[in-house]
Design a protein around this ligand. Structure first.
Ligand SMILES: [Zn+2]
Length: 316
């Protein structure tokens, strides 16, 4: 079996966010270029995928929101809901393509075509709510993937690890009442960082109490601080949950050089986290692991981070 699936399409570059927007096409150009230079692009297995239809989007989003995104793009609006979420006429199709890619990666892992996968997609997804966009995100790629694993593939326990420096509010809200999806987010403390949610006391609702874990990192936090939280809090809860599939919202904006936040991770932190989560996947769920790109706005830190995660997925 080829080891690592790769989701990428040049069409992702067509989501035009306008001059000066940090979530820009060059992010993916930098990733592909470093994947090629490091020799990894030849070792991953490109997976076929197509734009997601309404039914797939409806698993996590309101019908009126799906229509609103399509209409806003069609009418030439340059943003939706807030200036953060920039759009262009192609954005509806490209956002659907990102969802389609993530869903195809999950299907390929479940079907045994590949052991794991990395999705180099944009726009990102973890801030997208049920009925509105937020923070550069239109559709919640990772949440839709989890819905698919639960409903189509019949899995009972899905773990979502979100190590993007921003709280994955949309993902948390999708699953905070659902005991079958364990959402854990490492992020810069909401008192200092967008979107201002993800406090430690947010631990889930109703029957979902206990399957939301927010690990808030103080500005300036380092690899050691992450390691401590990981080993003391995240890993024991993740293993106790015994996931049948692991999804990672892989953002690279907790890197020290990232311009959007104040956490100080080194390059090594991402390969360390990838190695640990791959081990958990190996022990709990036959290695089933799909990583989905979220943020990361320093091109060098971003592309280096992606390459180090893919290296772990390939088991090199
Ligand atoms: Zn982020």
């Amino acid at each position: 079996m080829p080891r690592t699936g790769w989701i990428y399409d040049d069409r992702f570059l067509r989501h035009d966010t306008g001059e000066g927007h940090p979530e820009r096409p060059n992010r993916l150009r930098a990733i592909v270029s470093k994947m090629r230079a490091s020799g990894l692009l030849e070792q991953v297995t490109p997976l076929p995928f197509e734009a997601a239809g309404d039914e797939v989007l409806r698993s996590n989003h309101a019908v009126h929101y799906i229509e609103r995104v399509a209409e806003a793009c069609l009418s030439g609006d340059r943003h939706i809901d807030s200036v953060d979420s920039a759009i262009c006429p192609a954005s509806d199709e490209i956002a659907r393509l990102a969802v389609g890619g993530v869903v195809a990666a999950c299907d390929a892992v479940m079907g045994g075509t590949v052991a794991n996968a990395f999705c180099a997609v944009r726009p990102p997804g973890h801030h997208a709510e049920h009925d509105h966009s937020m923070g550069f995100c239109l559709y919640n790629n990772v949440a839709i993937a989890a819905r698919r694993l639960r409903k189509l593939h019949g899995l009972e326990r899905v773990l979502i690890l979100d190590w993007d420096v921003h709280h994955g509010n949309g993902t948390q809200h999708s699953f905070e009442s659902d005991p079958n999806v364990f959402f854990c987010s490492f992020h810069e403390h909401p008192r200092f960082c967008y979107p201002g949610t993800g406090f430690p006391e947010e631990t889930g609702r109703g029957t979902g109490k206990g399957t939301t874990l927010n690990l808030c990192m103080m500005p300036g936090a380092t690899d050691d601080d992450y390691r401590e939280q990981w080993l003391e809090n995240f890993e024991p809860s993740a293993r106790a949950f015994a996931p049948q599939f692991i999804l990672v919202s892989a953002g690279f904006d907790a890197h020290a050089n990232d311009p959007l936040a104040g956490i100080n991770l080194s390059d090594d932190a991402f390969s360390w986290m990838a190695g640990r989560i791959a081990d958990i996947a190996k022990d709990c769920c036959k290695g089933r692991l799909v990583c989905i790109l979220e943020g990361g706005y320093d091109l060098e830190a971003l592309s280096t981070g992606v390459v180090s995660v893919v290296r772990v997925l390939l088991d090199l």
